[in-house]
Design a protein around this ligand. Structure first.
Ligand code: F6R
Length: 609
């Protein structure tokens, strides 16, 4: 995801900005750029590619000489990676770098176009630069404050005004931004690692606060333009930990990034309260004729497809089959012209998924890829494409990619149901509004369930084998819970449709065997509870993940441990219910002394069969 840096001080700005950006590389990016005040003019150098490409370009065009500037690494969201879409972006008197998403950029762009403004790039960022320039009233802080009222979304901005060559400005809403201070110099950055080489002292910019950085120091105002004093913090991370943003592992960092990942993924695809996938080439006209859908993927991505199957079939009544890519490609699948084949992949490079997609195309199907890695093979070759905007996922165990794959599955299912006319607009609006609340709901689960999951994980350390059970969507989710646990803890586990247990698997239940039951679907909760009673009476230790409503009605002693999650729309429950399953897997792994980021025998991108 994008990285922002900024510097004001005595040093050569180019050096500091590029060095600070290099500390944000772990976030992933596809282009980079800097803007520097040089002889009172703002000079911009930017390029598609890596920091080495930027270094080469700086050599080629000549480094702007100056001590005050801003820099950026971009992870493309609006518009492909290209020189022109790279940051910084400018209106004539204002230059900015930006992290996050401006949700209402289409409306703002229309407004500014009507005022005679033209745009060079496809980015939402340039819209903000132009808006700041349009609103500029000679007072940068007031101008920024006025524009904040116009902007919707979560974002952080580093800003330079041509008329004020001795300072830079910063503001944020939701997206992180810190302001570092040292003697005679100050910094802005998306994350502390960027500035650790220069200072450990920093301020955390809060929502809608505006910072002004000069060589004489840093000042802050709140959204009412009142000057404020802020608490100075001191970082105490070593460098390796700092790259993980203070978290001990990427897996837990990425679990914590899920609210942002969902928001970033869904918001650009919602317009006027309805799904908006036209920018992805997906229109109701294209969708309405598909009579069969096959979802093909591997591992966690396939589990997201399982949830997709339930939701798509329920809403649009189109039959959906889900296939493991390595099976699909070798079994002469029944696919023909007029079918839709959806390929889900975080890396976009999984060999089996890529081969399955090529086979589907050969057979005349239309292909839709749901991919996280920009410009990957699956993304390039698919007929239609929706990127999950989870940002780089570094931990081998997929967490935030899965949750964004689910989010896209919902958006697609809603769009398809509208195209097919199987669900009315009002109901889809209601579902979209529920989906928009999921980032907060996931944050709530992280904040309120982590300690409990950590404790329960201490009870799983010595287990030799576990079962995950659920029905319907809860079964689809159990599959993911089970995979997550086994890959990072090396404990054998299986997921089972709860009603199928008594047809064989229940014979595995022994005294003390942990069974993790998921029960979030009101109409089938009593059935799942009966299955829990069956395993409990055979000695199982039951960990129940259920809604708060379900927990209130539970009889004493049904489960040994209960993890309650807030009730949201039932169809969307997998988005919140997966979080405790991820946390249980993570803490079990850590308790067993395993590095959850690098489980043995596994790779992040499986490019061989
Ligand atoms: C599990 C995991 C794997 C991947 C699978 C597919 O945590 O990460 O099961 O989901 O290898 O990879 P992608 O999504 O890159 O195609």
């Amino acid at each position: 995801m994008c990285g922002i840096v900024g510097y004001v001080g005595p040093k050569d700005c180019n050096e500091v900005l590029v060095d600070a950006l290099s500390k944000l590389e772990y976030r992933g990016y596809d282009s980079a750029g800097i803007a520097v005040f040089s002889d009172n003019e703002i000079e911009i150098v930017k390029t598609k590619g890596k920091l080495d490409d930027l270094r080469n370009k700086l050599k080629e065009v000549g480094k702007p000489s100056g001590n005050i500037g801003i820099g950026h690494t971009r992870w493309a969201t609006h518009g492909e990676p290209s020189d022109i879409n790279s940051h910084p972006h400018s209106g004539s008197r204002v230059t900015i770098v930006h992290n996050g998403i401006i949700e209402n950029y289409i409306e703002l762009k229309e407004f500014l176009t009507a005022q005679g403004r033209t745009f060079l790039s496809e980015t939402d960022t340039e819209v903000v630069a132009q808006l700041l320039d349009y609103r500029y009233n000679g007072d940068p802080v007031k101008t920024i404050d006025e524009c904040m009222a116009d902007l919707k979304g979560s974002f952080a901005l580093g800003i330079m005004f041509k008329d004020f060559p001795d300072r830079i400005f910063a503001v944020r809403r939701e997206s992180p931004l810190i302001v570092g201070v040292a003697k005679g110099e100050s910094f802005i950055a998306s994350d502390v690692p960027a500035i650790l080489k220069y200072t450990r002292d920093y301020y955390l910019l809060e929502h809608n606060e505006i910072a002004t950085l000069t060589v004489d120091g840093v000042s802050f105002v709140n959204e009412y333009l009142q000057p404020i004093e802020k608490e100075l913090k001191t970082a105490d991370w070593d460098e390796e930990a700092a790259e993980k943003g203070g978290y001990p592992h990427f897996m837990i960092k990425e679990i914590n990034e899920q609210p942002t990942a969902i928001r970033t993924t869904i918001m650009p695809r919602i317009k006027d309260g309805l799904p908006y996938l036209e920018e992805n080439g997906i229109t109701p006209e294209k969708l309405k004729d598909f009579k069969n859908i096959t979802i093909v993927a591997c591992g966690t991505a396939m589990h997201a497809g399982m949830v997709g199957k339930y939701v798509i079939e329920d809403l649009s009544r189109v039959p959906v089959s889900v296939d493991i890519a390595s099976e699909f490609r070798y079994r002469n699948p029944i696919i023909s012209e007029g079918d839709l084949v959806i390929i889900i992949s975080q890396s976009g490079e999984t060999a089996d998924s890529l081969a399955a997609m090529r086979l589907a195309k050969q057979k005349g199907a239309t292909t839709l890829a749901i991919v996280n890695a920009k410009g990957s093979s699956i993304a390039r070759e698919a007929d239609m494409l929706i990127y999950t905007l989870a940002g780089p996922e570094i931990s081998v165990a997929s967490t935030k990619a899965y949750i964004t794959q689910l989010s896209v599955m919902y958006l697609f299912a809603f769009e398809l149901a509208l195209a097919k006319g199987t669900v009315g607009k009002a109901e889809i609006e209601r579902l979209i509004s529920a989906l928009m609340k999921m980032p907060e709901a996931v944050q709530y689960v992280i904040d309120n369930c982590e300690e409990k999951c950590k404790y329960i994980a201490t009870k799983l350390v010595a287990a030799e084998s576990l079962l995950y059970i659920g029905r319907g969507l809860d079964y689809a989710l159990s599959m993911e819970g089970s995979l997550k646990l086994k890959e990072v803890s090396y404990i054998h586990s299986e997921s089972y449709a709860a009603g199928e247990l008594k047809h064989g698997t229940i014979s595995l239940i022994d005294d003390g065997m942990p069974v993790i039951a998921v029960a979030t679907q009101t109409d089938i909760i009593p059935k799942t509870i009966s299955n829990i009673v069956e395993v409990k009476s055979r000695g199982a230790k039951v960990i129940l993940v259920c809604t708060d409503a379900c927990a209130r009605e539970l009889k004493e002693g049904i489960a040994d441990y209960v993890v309650e999650i807030p009730h949201s729309d039932e169809m969307l429950m997998p988005i919140t219910a997966v979080v405790p399953l991820q946390l249980l897997a993570y803490y079990t792994s850590v308790n067993r002394g395993i590095d959850p980021d690098k489980p043995k025998n596994l790779a992040k991108s499986v490019t061989v069969e």
